[in-house]
Design a protein around this ligand. Structure first.
Ligand code: FMN
Length: 202
């Protein structure tokens, strides 16, 4: 059975277009033998990464104080979810020309030296190998392929860095440009999602 982890990051609750796209993908997988785990990083509201939290990671588990243990578990649990997944779906709004800060705080817990990547003499090596990722990106304006689409190179690089090199993007853009273009954009994105849906996920 294929395990899918879905990471939502919109502040818009049930009105979110990135969530709509991710859920459309999940519906297209119904009956195809997938198990689904969901995490909403907007609800999770992780704080900024602190020195204390990083110190907890670097302290051997047997030597951690109970406070350090609690801090380390935040990242440990999120990393375990990613490690268990065959595929990770990211529903990503554009906020102020980047990814939501909640998603950045999540990535700060996923990038763990010695666990999800390691440094070698020839450079960093990602350890989350054999996984796919899909990114469903929603934007008010139109950026795909342009200089101001900072999300695509950043997400590609981050995922590659931790070993996830099979990454596909689907964009719903122009969502603030009126109902008509927004509706067309969502329909086009959903058609692309169907093209990406495996015939059999078993
Ligand atoms: C705080 C905030 C910042 C935004 N910044 C941008 C932006 O920089 N560029 C853009 O095209 N749209 C921007 N938007 C519009 C959202 O990207 C758009 O509404 C998108 O549909 C949000 O995704 P969601 O529907 O999944 O919440 C912003 C929206 C909010 C709430």
């Amino acid at each position: 059975m294929t395990s899918i982890l879905v990471v939502y990051s919109s502040l818009n609750g049930e009105n979110s277009k990135s969530t709509e796209l991710a859920d459309y993908y999940l519906q297209s997988l119904e009956g195809k033998g997938v198990s689904i785990t969901k995490v909403d990083v907007a609800e999770l509201a992780l704080p900024h990464l602190t020195g204390e939290e990083m110190q907890a990671w670097m302290t051997p588990a047997s030597e951690r104080s109970s406070a350090q243990q609690a801090l380390a578990e935040i990242s440990d649990n999120l990393v375990a979810q990613v490690q268990a997944a065959d595929e990770i779906v990211f529903a990503v709004p554009m906020y102020n020309f980047g990814i939501p800060s909640s998603l950045k705080a999540y990535f700060d817990r996923i990038a763990r030296a010695g666990i999800t990547f390691k440094y070698t003499e020839t450079g960093p090596v990602g350890l989350l190998v054999g996984k796919q990722a899909k990114v469903f990106a929603s934007r008010g304006g139109i950026y795909e392929g342009g200089d101001y689409d900072t999300q695509t190179p950043y997400l590609t690089h981050f995922l590659n860095f931790v070993g996830i090199t099979d990454v596909n993007f689907v964009y719903a853009e122009g969502l603030s440009l009126g109902d008509e273009p927004a509706n067309v954009s969502i329909i086009n994105a959903k058609n692309k999602i169907i093209e990406l849906t495996p015939l059999n996920a078993d």
